[in-house]
Design a binder for this molecule. Structure first.
Ligand SMILES: Cc1ncc(COP(=O)(O)O)c(C=O)c1O
Length: 379
């Protein structure tokens, strides 16, 4: 079976180095908010851009949630995002007490369509006024959204921008890495991400030192110093073990991202089936292929066939958020977001991880080329 992802192949390369690092942290005996967290926050922020501050938190979800809280989002406010994201983008909005408002996507990038964003704001601004607080563009599959128009629209309507960069560690937009363009940016270190921890973890980036200070309190019970609580806060901290592991793994991130890009190029060269739409690399940036997602009109048939042939695939994501049971109360009808809803029916994510071998990529492409679009393909 060719696995969809396989972290054990990565661990084989790193086990000695990481084993020592883990032992050192344990011997040090300091597990929460210590030197490793601070060092990782600084090094990761510098990797993304100049004059950026990092605040290590418990997960990507928490990074979005705390950014929303820091930006003043309160009960009854509204936050705009896309319907074809991982559910945590929207759970974070709900946990901040706000309601999500969705806008449709661009079919090539799979990301927020700036024209739809403008139309939605113009339509809703009269009704919602200052309750419309923020927008969360998501960099789905490792590719940036078209940020210049999104940032301009946000500025024009005075709403905050929180970049959901949870799938985009090292992604570029024009000349900069994503994570330094909005008011805040959220990254996830879920193990399978391009930079993954050995458990949960996340980081918030911001260019404002005052916001960084506030976020450091918010993640740690609202305390400025121990047992002196200035604001009401949470417990959401990146721990020392994860920070030490991430610090070691960050050295390899560019190499791994380049390998993912090479794998994507190989897939795109080798897949010749005319029914397949291959992912677009938008001219405005650099894709880091957290996922390699193709479209096929008989996606379910293709998946069943690949499964039988020993190739694991996944769907990111099978149901858009506005049609998920948990969000029934938002009362969105189906076909509210036709582009996203059409994509959802056709997408399939192929195996993608840096240790995937060229022979495996070629084998997958060859199988896809042999699939004629029916449930029982010809051989
Ligand atoms: C787009 C997106 N947003 C948010 C998250 C949440 O990150 P985490 O799983 O670390 O909470 C993820 C990760 O699953 C994600 O892919």
């Amino acid at each position: 079976m060719i696995p969809f992802g396989d972290l054990s192949r990565e661990h084989l390369e790193l086990s000695e180095e990481l084993g020592k690092i883990i032992k050192d942290v344990c011997q040090d005996g300091w597990f929460i908010l210590g030197k490793k967290v601070e060092e990782f926050e600084n090094v990761f922020a510098r990797y993304i851009g100049n004059n950026v501050y990092g605040i290590g938190v418990g997960s990507g979800t928490e990074a979005i949630h705390l950014s929303l809280v820091a930006s003043g989002v309160e009960h009854g406010d509204y936050v705009i995002t896309v319907p074809n994201t991982a559910v945590p983008t929207v759970s974070a909005i709900s946990f901040a007490g706000a309601k999500p408002l969705f806008v449709d996507i661009d079919p090539n990038s799979f990301n927020m369509d700036p024209t739809q964003l403008r139309n939605t704001i113009i339509k809703e601004k009269k009704r919602l006024g200052k309750k419309l607080k923020a927008v969360i563009p998501v960099y789905l599959y490792g590719q940036s959204a078209d940020m210049t128009p999104i940032l301009n629209i946000a500025r024009e309507f005075d709403i905050k921008v929180i970049e959901d960069a949870c799938q985009a560690h090292g992604t570029e937009y024009k000349d900069c890495k994503v994570g330094s363009m909005g008011d805040y940016a959220a990254f996830s270190f879920y193990p399978s991400k391009n930079l993954g921890a050995y458990g949960d973890g996340g980081i918030i980036l911001t260019k404002s030192p005052a916001e960084a200070q506030k976020l450091k309190m918010l993640r740690n019970y609202g305390q400025e110093k121990r047992y002196y609580h200035k604001i009401i806060g949470f417990n959401s901290r990146l721990d020392e073990l994860q920070a030490a592991i991430l610090l070691a793994k960050l050295k390899y991130l560019d190499v791994w991202n380049n390998r993912r890009r090479d794998i994507a190029t190989l897939y795109s060269q080798e897949i010749k089936n005319p029914l397949v739409t291959k992912p677009s690399q938008m001219s405005y940036g650099k894709h880091i292929y957290h996922l390699y997602v193709i479209k096929h009109p008989n996606r379910d048939g293709l998946r069943t066939y690949l499964e039988k042939e020993g190739v694991a695939t996944m769907i990111h994501y099978p149901i858009p958020i506005h049609l998920q049971e948990a969000y029934n109360d938002l009362n969105y009808a189906s076909n509210s977001f036709p582009v996203a809803e059409k994509c959802v029916k056709e997408i399939v994510s192929l195996p993608m991880f840096p240790q995937l071998r060229d022979e495996e990529v070629k084998k997958i492409a060859e199988l896809i080329n042999r699939y004629d679009g029916t449930e029982n393909p010809r051989f």
